[in-house]
Design a protein around this ligand. Sequence first.
Ligand code: ZN
Length: 205
Amino acid sequence: MTTPHTAPGGAAPQPLPAAPGADQHPALALVNTRTIRPTGAFDDLAEPAAALDWLTGSGLLPTRRTLTPGEAGRLRALRECVRDLFTARLTGDAPDPAALAELNSALAATPFTGRLHWDGTADGPRLESRPAGGTPLDAALTRLARDAAELLSGPHAEAVAACGATGCIRYFLRTHGARQWCSQRCGDRVRAARHYARTRAAGTT
Ligand SMILES: [Zn+2]
């Protein structure tokens, strides 16, 4: 597993838009919190305050809470496990046993039980899954681990893809067969590089 670094100095780089599938799958969004930008490697979860913002912004943790450096480290560690497992799924290699064990540990951290939610509106009754025990962070990590496990083993497993643009390390859900990039920006960058290479080749002959 690699240790992410935040690019030193300078203004915060322009973030990429969410990759396809990341809005529906928090595990995918988690993996994509570590990116390569023009200024270098960037980690959205490098600081506890930023990790807390990400968790609350994703609806995984209640607001008005703090996050210790150790708790932010647990979130980053789970991210690296999920990334390792996504990579193994794509390459067909056996998963790193340590990554698998850590994901399973996060899965087991908080039991979830069913509750029937029914408020009399036209929405009707719905079955909700609620954490039973554990800390709020344990519950957030279990939710992320569950989403990762469902992605890896469920009907969308074949659609999990790595962005094909050089220098991009994001993952996305392939919404149609031909999609190769996590964003239009990555696709434009690859097309521009190909055009530049063709122009240069034509100029040297
Ligand atoms: Zn990309």
